[in-house]
Write a protein that binds this ligand. Structure first.
Ligand SMILES: *[C@@H]1O[C@H](CO)[C@@H](O)[C@H](O)[C@H]1NC(C)=O
Ligand SMILES: *[C@@H]1O[C@H](CO)[C@@H](O)[C@H](O)[C@H]1NC(C)=O
Length: 162
């Protein structure tokens, strides 16, 4: 959640808007901008039966939505109502970060970033210019940190089902 980075990423769709308006990219951007919603989509309903294997798949989906696709609908469908925020200056709860993500900003490509789900801790990670860490409970994102986080060693990261 680095501001400078998020603002830089926000310029990409604006550039696209300057292109001919019949371009499909414009429609995609329009579809993904949900800032007219006062409260975010979701929340995720925790389900105690969700397994670690299922959580790994959900964590990859969350990384894609947050970093690669800029898809606020999917991203917030995976955040629970009690989301605990450790980023200074932001309130807990999904509403506390909605304005940062509602416009569907993309942060990076899958090649330029990385992700991990560590089943031994139920933590997922996304690495771009910084590292974010989230704790998963019942198949939902429940808690977030982004201060001096480190990616776990690769061998600790779950492999997705083929
Ligand atoms: C909870 O998760 C389990 C395992 O994925 C699933 O079989 C079940 O349908 C889920 N229950 C609800 C209410 O979604
Ligand atoms: C991680 O979540 C699973 C359910 O998906 C749970 O059984 C397990 O106890 C949790 N592990 C930790 C370290 O919290």
């Amino acid at each position: 959640m680095r501001f400078s980075l998020l603002f830089a990423a926000a310029l990409a769709p604006i550039t696209a808007l300057a292109a001919p308006s019949s371009n499909g990219y414009y429609d995609l951007f329009k579809r993904e901008n949900l800032c007219n919603l006062k409260t975010p989509p979701g929340p995720c309903q925790p389900n105690a039966s969700v397994t670690a294997e299922e959580t790994a798949v959900l964590a990859y989906k969350f990384y894609r939505a947050f970093v690669v696709d800029g898809d606020p609908q999917t991203m917030f469908s995976l955040i629970d109502k009690d989301y605990i925020q450790h980023h200074q200056g932001y309130a807990s709860g999904p509403g506390g970060i909605w304005s940062l993500f509602c416009s569907g900003r993309k942060i990076g490509s899958e090649a330029s970033t990385s992700w991990c789900f560590d089943a031994s801790t139920n933590m997922s990670y996304a690495q771009y210019s910084t590292v974010d860490r989230w704790r998963w409970v019942g198949g939902c994102v429940h808690e977030h940190w982004d201060t001096n986080e480190k990616m776990p060693p690769k061998e600790q990261c779950a492999k997705l089902p083929a």
